[in-house]
Design a protein around this ligand. Structure first.
Ligand code: GLA
Length: 500
């Protein structure tokens, strides 16, 4: 009798376990662009134990823990990302034929509720690893002899980028002085993709009705156009990646008239380790060379696996050296001031990329944005504006189009600058230029105005330079004496070009 009572209580306490969760489940959320955000749960129930996988966007988790909960169950999924682990937790319960689920994007995010339905076995199954090619050296495409300049949609628009917006940005760049200052590429980041057609050809979603027509339009403005994909099955935003379709995608891009590809690791982490990145990136490097159109190749794998050491060997013209930038002083300086030791790896045709510009996005002061622009110029970084070019105040346009600073960035010797000295929150960086001159940036990272100086001897100059120019004031400055001192605003910069 007692045993029966316990059994009865257990059944009431864990009702979901009466039914069998085993099977393939999917949550399909329609997005305004006509695609779906899909989560697949492939579950196997064995008594109270649930095992299986959860695939959502770019993430693919193995269920490592399951436990009965108040009126359902809890599942914990785990995935490896390079050297770190990422976990996800779902609360679930069966309600009739539906599987009701709740999860959080981040531990501090609100609970997201969703309903899964049974789908046929095999739907949404994660593709298997493909064998990797032998390593070889991909020939240079000859592009990006100076750091690429242009615009990218992600920092400001993320998933809100569309055809009309891209055209308007191209109009703005062609007419507001940016094109004349050297900006050239209009780059569409993630979220343009839809599924593949019956022939495996990638298609565009509703936001981009005709990519060829859009490319023609951008070209008609005297500009170039870029696109985005991933070597994995999914991009970072969960859209279709190029896995298994590299040559086909490269040809599609060429047929559309694409001039630039940003290729983002994302979903590839579920199939390959960081030590395999070079081989994975080589596949697209080869494919682009065969595509029949020069396409700049920009790697995005967050600076892992010492990418600067092998980037040029996969035919890359640039590679991200860090995680994503945000529009804040902390993020920008943490990234920008950490690049010193990477200097030897940059040069004409292949650049370190500390991520796109946040100038004009509103999270920093004009002085901070001047620091951003100056640092990226000294670092010979790609200059990809990330703001709304249709709507910027004159001070921002002035920062982005400062030709004297851009000339430093675009110097044809392509030598990345380095830190020369640091004293507390003040730093001096210098970059040797092709005509023998030196670009110098004097940074004040402190939160109060400060006097910052550079000694000529620190630049290995035996005598004061015969000419020096302030690249933000656009005026010549005096150089007699052993040093140059400037009063630099909080979080600001003074930038000089000195001719020894
Ligand atoms: C990653 C990249 C970003 C951006 C997004 C798009 O986070 O690092 O620059 O491309 O993906 O999903």
């Amino acid at each position: 009798m007692k045993n029966i009572l316990i059994l009865l209580l257990m059944t009431i306490a864990t009702p979901c376990f009466a039914a069998d969760l085993t099977g393939n489940w999917a949550v399909k959320d329609p997005l305004p662009d006509g695609t779906f955000r899909t989560t697949y749960l492939n579950l196997k129930q064995d008594g109270k134990q649930i095992t299986g996988t959860i695939r959502t966007g770019q993430f693919y988790y193995k269920i490592v823990e399951s436990a009965p909960a108040a009126d359902g169950f809890d599942l914990t999924g785990s995935m490896q990302d390079g050297t770190s682990e990422r976990r996800v937790k779902y609360e679930g319960k069966l309600v009739g034929e539906e599987l009701h689920l709740a999860t959080r994007r981040r531990p501090d995010a609100p609970l997201m509720e969703m309903v899964a339905h049974r789908v046929p076995a095999g739907e949404g199954a994660y593709p298997a690893r493909r064998p990797l090619p032998e390593l070889h050296k991909v020939a240079s495409n000859g592009l990006a002899q100076t750091p690429p300049m242009g615009w990218n949609s992600w920092n400001k628009f993320a998933g809100r980028v569309d055809d009309a917006g891209v055209r308007a940005i191209a109009d703005a760049m062609a007419s507001n002085g940016m094109k004349d200052a050297g900006y050239q590429y209009i780059n569409i980041d993630d979220t343009w993709e839809a599924e593949r057609d019956a022939n495996g050809r990638i298609t565009t979603n509703k936001k981009f009705p005709d990519m060829k027509a859009l490319a023609d339009y951008v070209h008609s403005k005297g500009l170039k156009i870029g696109i985005y994909s991933s070597p994995g099955p999914n991009t970072c935003a969960g859209y279709e990646g190029s896995f298994g379709h590299e040559e086909q995608d490269a040809k599609t891009y060429a047929a559309w008239g694409i001039d630039y590809l940003k290729y983002d690791w994302c979903g590839a982490r579920n199939l390959y380790g960081d030590d395999e990145m070079r081989a994975v990136y080589q596949i697209m490097g080869d494919a682009l060379l065969k595509a029949g159109r020069p396409i700049l190749y920009s790697l995005c794998q967050y600076g892992r696996a010492d990418v600067w050491k092998w980037g040029p060997d996969v035919g890359a013209n640039a590679w991200r050296t860090t995680g994503d930038i945000r529009d804040s002083w902390d993020s920008m300086t943490k990234i920008g001031f950490s690049q010193d030791e990477l200097a030897p790896w940059a040069g004409p045709g292949h650049w370190n990329d500390p991520d796109m510009l946040e100038i004009g996005n509103g999270g920093m002061s004009d002085d901070e944005y001047r620091t951003h622009m100056s640092l990226w110029a000294i670092l010979a970084s790609p200059l990809l504006a990330g703001n709304d070019l249709r709507d910027m105040k004159p001070a921002i346009l002035e920062i982005l189009t400062n030709r004297e600073v851009i000339a430093v960035n675009q110097d044809k010797a392509g030598k990345q600058g380095r830190r020369v000295s640091q004293s507390g929150e003040q730093e001096v960086w210098a970059r040797p230029l092709s005509d023998g001159a030196i670009a110098i940036a004097i940074f004040n990272r402190g939160s109060a105005q400060a006097q910052v100086s550079v000694k000529w001897s620190e630049l290995r100059l035996k005598t004061p330079p015969h000419k020096a120019r302030d690249l933000w004031a656009h005026s010549d400055v005096k150089t007699d004496g052993a040093a140059y001192a400037a009063l630099v605003p909080a979080h600001g910069v003074a930038m000089l070009r000195v001719a020894p």
